[in-house]
Write a protein that binds this ligand. Sequence first.
Ligand code: GLN
Length: 473
Amino acid sequence: MKVANKSTSAVSLVKSALEKIEKYKDKNIFTFINQENALKKAEEIDKKIRNGEQVGRLAGVPYALKDNFLSTEGETTASAKILTGLNSPINSTCAEKLEKEGAIMVARTNLDAFAHGSSTENSFFGPTKNAYDDSRVAGGSSGGSAVAVALDCVEFATGTDTGGSIRQPASFNGVFGIKPTYGTISRYGVVAMASSTDVVGFFSKSASDLDLLMSIASGRDSKDQTSLPDFYGTSDFSLEKKKIGLIKEFVESPALNPEIKSAFDEKVSLFKSKGYEIVELSLPALEYALAAYYIIQPAEVASNLSRYDGIRYAYRTKNLKDESSPEKSPLDLLFSNTRSEGFMRENKRRIMIGNFVLSSGFYDAYFLKAAKARTLIIKEFEKAFEKVDAILSPVAPNPAFKLGEKVDDPVSMYLEDVMSVPVNLAGLPAVAFPAGFTSENNKDYKTPVPLGLQLIGPRRSDKNLIALAGEIV
Ligand code: GLN
């Protein structure tokens, strides 16, 4: 990571980031450019350096903030119409920690509205394009952050991963992404999606950058009761077994793209050549992971999104009359019209599914069953980690798909999450890392696109997973 010091100034780092941001305007990566503030902050850092004052570990490093992190710089929209116009009075704990070390937020990145999606097509601001191929998706929901890092607009970017939203776009754009152990980084000041699986994490170009960012951002925050006491860097987890697992159900899946399978096989050989034993694991409960996730997550979404009523937050409907429903009061219309105008289709779908699975009469059949499946999944992973240090797995069954290909077919979009959501249900850490490109000869792709894999570990093994990923890239 390039840091401001005697040979490079913060102003020149920020200026070159802003130039790149301008250069890739057509990719639709950003929702807000923080030009003025960023340059001002850079000048302050340079002044400190000139005066010989102490500067932080990220002095002058330009970064991008996913637009679901509250920030006093520019509007925070979560790429949803219902939040347009929201000027947050607070900053997220994560961004405050980064800025304390001298990092400079130069832009906010596009996402699927409220982080609901796997392609960044569900954004009120339109889709972000893949870093390598304009006709393909960026992945999602943190598509903007992944592309910003892939195209070197910034040194790193923040993301959130509720069911794969850091790892999948990282793999679609050929960068590193960490989904930490649940609770490692404070979620204070981050727009909630599904609170029992949401985590904050990062995109970067190297494993060592991820390590630095994790050591800065992790730790207990009294403003987030789910945050864990700081363990990062002090964990005694080690790779002592020298065993890497593979999940038979994933690797043998007919849905797995053959190019991803070959990238996977290559890394298996690399691990073997480094003296690791490869252990085949069977985790039969993973068959239920996607279904369980798409019950639990919408249930939590329905609850978290109920606060957007048109009164307490930004967007409010102007339409307070409805001739066809004279029984509705203006207040009822204010709630319902604000919500129907302000949410995207996918947000509404999740609110409806969530309320349905929680409703009396259906709770036992859906939510309770999904919660039980989740417990089974947690137990199967625990057993697996008695045998192996880490699990090597694809992030998604396919590389980046075409823009528009799945956006009207929610189930086929959800199926792309089959290999990422189990990690979130179990609260485990996982690191996505680049594993080459589709081949030049593959006629399905007009230009080669990145392939990505992930390493999954037991809780609190984040640091070792990052090191391991660094070792094999
Ligand atoms: N693609 C998943 C979903 O739409 C995950 C999203 C996320 O991690 N925010 O739910």
